[in-house]
Design a protein around this ligand. Sequence first.
Ligand SMILES: NC(=O)c1ccc[n+]([C@@H]2O[C@H](COP(=O)([O-])OP(=O)(O)OC[C@H]3O[C@@H](n4cnc5c(N)ncnc54)[C@H](O)[C@@H]3O)[C@@H](O)[C@H]2O)c1
Length: 268
Amino acid sequence: MTNTSSAESVSIGQLMDLSGRTALVTGGAMGIGLGIVHCLHQAGANVVIADVNKEAAETAAAEFTDPDRVRTAVGDVSSPEDADAMVRTAVGAFGAVDLLVNNAGVYTISPFLEMSLDLARRTLEVNLPGVMACSQAAARQMIEQGRGGRIVTVSSIDSLTPSLEGMGHYGASKHGVAGLLKTMALELAPHGISVNSVAPGGIRTPGLGPLDDDVLADFETLVPMQRMGAPDEIGRAVLFLASGLASYMTGALVVVVDGGRTLRGAAV
Ligand SMILES: NC(=O)c1ccc[n+]([C@@H]2O[C@H](COP(=O)([O-])OP(=O)(O)OC[C@H]3O[C@@H](n4cnc5c(N)ncnc54)[C@H](O)[C@@H]3O)[C@@H](O)[C@H]2O)c1
């Protein structure tokens, strides 16, 4: 995870090795977040599954055969107090936070003309100030540790193209995240903290539960690779950005992992 230049002789295996590093993954209890937790754990990291759903977080943590490297932290990312507490949990358990993965996000569907401002505000609150609160808490801790760090945010291809109909509030939140991350990357680079983002396309997760199979099948016809993605396919991209392989990357906000979906242009 160190920002080692290519002049130094380090093997690819070492660059991928996150042993001794601690990752805090928000929304890590299920879906894409859990896929990320598994990838980072396999690479050797200590992982903190930070989620508002206590029961799901504990169920997810129980899946790991070596519980010494896994902890849970229950909290709402949109609360600065909870964000601080999640970071304190990681530091209490493992002594540090080296990587924050901002993954928690919500995406209830509502047509624009019927959308309540309360729903829009809650979506924005989790998806945008939530990223800000967790990033502030983690970055302050990383700066105190004095050895840099990584912040990887799970955005969406909806930060690049219009969202599906009924998801204007969600698209607004993800476009907003892109704006926030650009300046975060500028301000945190001198502290050795990189800020990058993965933009998933359609990934099969519990969050898509309300969408019926016909809607998902229609979506798949628009994907050049003709299928939805799996959570660990996002996990691998996050692992890359978290690892020494990405030592000279910051401000990369469009690491698109979508089976080619954006090649077909805006949502239809
Ligand atoms: N699934 C997709 O097709 C897709 C596509 C692009 C981007 N994304 C993004 O990926 C991320 C994860 O999506 P997913 O499909 O895995 O979702 P999901 O609903 O399956 O899982 C989300 C997890 O986040 C947790 N969470 C929700 N609100 C929270 C909060 N306020 N504080 C802490 N934890 C909270 C939930 O409890 C859950 O464990 C989101 O940011 C989403 O916008 C998903």
